[in-house]
Design a protein around this ligand. Structure first.
Ligand code: 6PG
Length: 480
């Protein structure tokens, strides 16, 4: 028998995905890894999977039924290019190569162009959910051609997480669309994590709660609007006691946050697209600041001049923090979806935002009930200008905004850093403002660089003769 699907790259994610595939009715899975030991380990540990183990790339390709379909699960970057060229040398027109790694979407666009020139389908698929998700059901964000999705869709649907009866997979769009959406998923993941961490910091340092008590608060929050995988695991982390010292584990973990690049990509991409993902950016920069080890070590008594946040009504305080977190989170998601829309426009993808929010309800790191509300919002109005304008979210913000201001203001006074809370609130106020200080920036630009400005009361482009008599001249409309 031949395999209907193959997996190349058998590190944890690849092995787990291969096992997931093999466990589903109708799949026979071929597996290949550069060094055979890993393949051998997998097939000995999991005889139940009935893998077809290939010792080399030729045997792997020969073991696949046509159209040959192979999922690459190797470290993003050069490794991926090497495997792609090995496969394209052996595959035939109509065959399908899937890159399931965290590839940069522009690499995926390039690879799709190169591979499809040979008649072979190339699908960049974002896969979220970590090791456990890969094994039990991830959220999958495939790009690529509609033709490839005909063969691939059912296979991916068979292994994806199920949310409310629906598999967490959808054909996101052509070429790099899937990896683009996965990138934004990760950006939102960064913001969500940072916001939760800021809420924790406030509860700890202004509220005086212990990590174990905060775990209980988060467990409580997990029953309401904030219900999500990230809140759930945060409670687990906070409950953990270090076996070596008996202290809460969170107190012995070095406070320098690492990253592998997708958050940075989100922000870089958003900067290029001109779409403000300020919450995500603050989350990325907060990790950067935390990791400036030598700078932080050199700090010697920088003045705080902070005032103590006196909490009289603890229940009200906790509720304020919860609301501030919810509203900030809404901003992060709203900014993330705006970035997807901006990307879709730039790269000519037809992305259904409601469908994206639905496949994030299960399997992925940001999975949450809350995504149903986002799906509802886009179902009602596919052209919604901002999620915040949807009646449900508008109401949610209306309920939270006063708490949000209290929390940001008090945290500032108390000297507790809340970059993501604060920037999300500022973004909201910016969005809300009928008139922004940008008018003055335009004036400044015109002063030093004759960059011109538009007027609120008439058509045209204007410049003030700042170094002359300061009269205003109208710029002739450009002729090209
Ligand atoms: C997922 C995650 C995953 C990501 C990790 C680590 O969706 O399963 O997003 O793809 O690699 O979360 O990311 P950082 O190391 O950058 O925090």
């Amino acid at each position: 028998t031949k395999a209907n699907i193959g997996v190349v790259g058998l590190a944890v994610m690849g092995s787990n995905l291969a096992r997931n595939l093999a466990s589903r009715e109708g799949n026979t899975v071929a597996v290949y890894n550069r060094s055979y030991e890993r393949t051998e380990l997998l097939i000995t540990e999991h005889p139940e999977a009935g893998f077809i183990a290939a010792a080399d790339i030729d045997a792997f390709v020969a073991s696949l039924a046509k159209p040959r379909t192979a999922i690459i699960m190797v470290q993003a970057g050069k490794g991926t290019d090497a495997v792609i060229s090995q496969l394209t040398e052996r595959f035939e027109p109509g065959d399908i190569i899937v890159d399931g790694g965290n590839a940069l979407f522009t690499d995926t666009i390039r690879r799709e162009k190169e591979v499809s020139a040979k008649g072979i389908n190339f699908v960049g698929a974002g896969i979220s959910g970590g090791e456990e998700g890969a094994l039990k059901g991830p959220s999958i964000m495939p790009g690529g051609s509609a033709e490839a999705y005909k063969t691939l869709g059912p296979i991916l649907a068979s292994i994806a997480a199920i949310a409310e009866g629906e598999p967490c997979v959808t054909h996101v769009g052509t070429d790099g669309a899937g990896h683009f959406v996965k990138m934004i998923h990760n950006g939102i993941e960064y913001a969500d994590m940072q916001l939760i961490a800021e809420a924790y910091d406030i509860l700890r340092h202004a509220g005086g709660y212990s990590p174990a008590e905060i775990a209980e608060i988060f467990e409580e929050w997990n029953k309401g609007d904030l219900e999500s995988f990230l809140i759930e695991i945060t409670a687990e982390v906070l409950k953990q006691v270090d076996a070596k010292t008996g202290k809460p584990l969170v107190d012995v973990i070095l406070d320098q946050a690492g990253s592998k690049g997708t958050g940075v990509w989100t922000v870089q991409t958003a900067l290029n697209l001109g779409t403000p993902v300020s919450g995500i950016a603050e989350a990325v920069f907060a990790r950067s600041l935390s990791s400036q080890a030598s700078q932080r070590a050199a700090v010697d008594g920088l003045p705080a001049d902070a005032t103590k946040w006196s909490v009289s009504d603890k229940a009200a305080f906790v509720e304020d923090v919860r609301r501030a977190l919810y509203a900030s989170k809404l901003v992060a998601y709203s900014q993330g979806f705006d970035a997807i829309r901006a990307g879709a426009k730039e790269y000519n993808w037809n992305i259904n935002l409601g469908a994206v929010s639905k496949i994030w309800r299960g399997g992925c790191i940001i999975r949450a009930q809350f995504l149903n509300r986002i799906a509802d919002a886009y179902d009602k109005n596919a052209n919604l200008e901002s999620l915040i304008f949807d009646p449900f979210f508008k109401q949610a913000v209306a309920t939270s905004v006063s708490s949000w201001r209290q929390v940001v203001a008090n945290a500032s006074l108390a000297g507790i850093p809340v970059p993501a809370f604060a920037s999300s609130l500022s973004y909201y106020d910016g969005l809300r403002s009928p008139r922004l200080s940008a008018a003055l920036v335009q004036g400044q630009r015109d002063f030093f660089g004759a960059h011109t400005y538009k007027r609120v009361d008439m058509e045209g482009t204007f410049h003030t003769l700042w170094s002359g008599d300061r009269s205003e001249v109208e710029q002739a409309p450009s002729t090209h």
